[in-house]
Design a protein around this ligand. Structure first.
Ligand code: SAM
Length: 282
């Protein structure tokens, strides 16, 4: 028989955000996999779900839990997976269990709902048409530097999770690599009593964070501005370097057009105006 693992999103603060369909799935599940049985127990009590069977699944126990879950699914059961808050699998356990369940030939379904990253993004006021989710940055080392540089060059809006203790250091580091004027938004305690969206430049936000804000935080960073279009002077200067190096006008135009991201026709016409260069026979 084929069973179904259902990923059930839960509130990120406000219990009123628990969807009716989430309650139905939790009430009907043969087993609820969760990060913290006490925390999920409180959510179930709030939702009026009684007699549920809970199993703790975290980063260390995910592989072992998969065996038990797959045994239940083989009997045709529906098993629910929740995390402490928000959507399982988003900076939370879930991906390995999903992978194992699919590998064993069972179904995976979802009750969508709160995700802190998306809630912060849509309320940020920064472009939402294209965005990148970075999760938590590494705390130190080369990988942290590489990820910060990638964010600096990234044209899409970037969304990050960060702890209140580290938000100041991360904003300062981002101001250094992105330039202090880059716009950003700190979304704090979303859907909770002290919900706050602090908007400003990276330098302004780093100063704001110096007093160590409290609570849960999502950081949304504006994408890098597109590089300014090359002027005719830029194109001619690049062409001269190519031509002085012995390239034909045509080869120089091809290489400069792709290097500067400008139209080949415009580059070739500018190349024709440079005296002394060799025009190959066409
Ligand atoms: N699975 C969750 C989701 O769907 O958003 C994320 C879990 S991750 C372990 C926890 C992080 O999410 C927090 O450290 C914080 O960065 C962010 N977060 C969760 N709830 C939040 C809230 N109410 N306001 C702001 N950030 C929140």
């Amino acid at each position: 028989m084929t069973g179904t693992l259902v990923l059930v999103a839960t509130p990120i603060g406000n219990l009123g955000d628990l969807a009716p369909r989430a309650v139905e799935e939790l009430a009907g599940a043969a087993l609820i996999c969760c990060e913290d049985t006490r925390r999920t127990g409180r959510l179930l009590a709030h939702a009026g779900v009684q007699g549920a069977r809970l199993r703790r699944v975290d980063d260390h126990t995910e592989a072992r839990a998969a065996t038990e879950v797959i045994e239940l699914l083989a009997g045709g059961a529906r098993v629910a997976l929740v995390s402490d808050a928000g959507t399982p699998g988003v900076s939370d356990p879930g991906a390995r269990l999903v992978d194992a369940v699919l590998e064993a030939g069972h179904n995976v379904s979802v009750v969508p709902g709160p995700v802190a990253a998306v809630a912060a993004l849509v309320a940020s006021g920064l472009p939402t048409d294209r965005f990148v989710f970075e999760g938590f940055l590494p705390r130190k080392g080369r990988e942290r530097g590489a990820r910060l540089s990638a964010i600096a060059a990234e044209p899409r809006t970037t969304v990050l999770y960060e702890s209140p203790n580290r938000i100041g250091a991360t904003l300062t580091a981002l101001a250094e690599v992105c330039g202090g004027e880059r716009r950003a938004v700190v979304a704090r305690e979303i859907t909770k009593l002290h919900e706050e969206f602090v908007r400003g430049s990276l330098v302004e936000l780093a100063a704001w964070a110096a007093s160590t804000p409290k609570g849960e935080i999502v950081l949304v960073v504006e994408g890098a501005a597109p590089a300014p279009e090359a002027t005719d002077d830029d194109v001619v200067a690049a062409l001269r370097i190519e031509l002085d190096g012995g390239s034909s006008r045509r080869d120089a135009a091809d290489s400069v057009a792709s290097m500067l991201g400008v139209g080949r026709r415009r580059v070739y016409e500018l190349a024709l105006g440079i005296p002394g260069a060799v025009t190959p026979p066409s």
